[in-house]
Ligand binder design. Structure first.
Ligand SMILES: [Zn+2]
Length: 319
């Protein structure tokens, strides 16, 4: 939350015949009612001579940061609160920005507490590859009291993704997990552990569209583009050019040369399990390297989503 204050002087004196300053409704206040710097509370307070003959503070409250597609409520507080101000909210964006919101972003720009129903990310700079994933608005409110103007501004940024790594979306690539089946057998009067035939439980973990993770909001501008991008990755791993990486059978074949004479006790089984874990780790590393060398999956996913608005492309988006 931000909180900024401006204190302004709004003076409006009624001059009586003798030239002294007085006020028609400054009951109980010193007369003449003149600004007294000694009582300035600081923080940008403004002297208002009529109708309150007091220092007045204007403060904006609201979020400093909102995700694209989420709502945000702002409010201006005028102290003292027994005045009858009018309000006018507006905003500005940096020069050179693109994908700007159209028109008024507030539900009612004359309310004391307007809402922005759908925070809108704009591109600054207006460049496909270098637009920042967070944009900075300046929110402004003009408060008019007895014909005098007090203005206040606040910074507000709108960000595209809530992911701490800056990803708009991601899928976890396939990888072998689990373990094969083990069996105990006797040979020459001794018991041994070995890997049983078959694949046991060794899933490839192929991602599906339902496994896509999103850092962007459903209500935001980036959901459809991110969905297209990630679905392309799912396709790459499941039926596309990367479908033959991390295959269970390829890994299972690698286990054929694991020793078949681990001791037939709990220590032997434990040692065999550790060997398999090490083999899984090695296989996943080797397949990762091969898959990365097989082509630019990321460039292909970007291309698949390129025509989907917004027509920008964050370099930080991965997987
Ligand atoms: Zn990607």
């Amino acid at each position: 939350m931000f909180r900024l204050s401006t204190i302004i002087l709004i003076g409006c004196a009624a001059f009586l015949g003798n030239g002294s300053v007085s006020f028609a409704s400054a009951g109980g206040k010193p007369n003449p009612c003149v600004e007294d710097p000694a009582t300035d509370p600081g923080g940008g307070a403004v002297w208002v001579a009529y109708p309150v003959c007091e220092w007045v503070t204007v403060t904006i409250t609201g979020p400093s940061s909102t995700q694209d597609g989420a709502s945000a409520e702002f409010e201006v507080t005028v102290d003292p609160d027994d005045l009858s101000p009018t309000y006018k909210w507006s905003y500005t964006t940096p020069s050179g920005a693109g994908n700007l919101p159209t028109g008024n972003i507030f539900d009612d720009d004359t309310k004391v507490d307007p809402t922005v129903a759908n925070a809108w990310w704009f591109a600054s700079p207006d460049n496909k590859g270098t637009a920042a994933p967070t944009c900075d608005y300046t929110i402004k409110v003009d408060v008019t009291i007895d014909g005098k103007l007090a203005s206040e501004t606040a910074n507000w940024n709108v960000f595209v993704t809530s992911d701490s790594e800056g990803r708009l979306g991601w899928v976890v690539r396939p990888r072998i997990t689990g373990e094969p089946a083990y069996e105990l057998y006797s040979s020459g009067g001794n018991d041994y552990y070995r890997i049983a035939s078959g694949n046991g439980s060794l899933p490839r973990n192929t991602p599906a569209n339902s496994d896509i993770n999103y850092g962007v909001l459903d209500s935001g501008q980036w959901k459809n583009k991110t969905k297209k991008h990630e679905e392309e990755h799912v396709k790459q791993w499941s039926s596309g050019a990367w479908k033959n990486f991390f295959l269970v059978q390829a890994f299972r074949t690698r286990l054929n040369n694991v020793s078949t004479t681990y001791a037939g006790n709990s220590l032997g089984l434990r040692a065999l399990e550790l060997e398999v874990k090490s083999r899984i780790s090695d296989f996943n590393s080797a397949e990762t390297t091969k898959a990365n060398n097989a082509g630019d999956r990321e460039a292909l996913a970007r291309a698949a989503a390129d025509s989907e608005p917004p027509l920008y492309d964050f370099s930080g988006q991965t997987n």
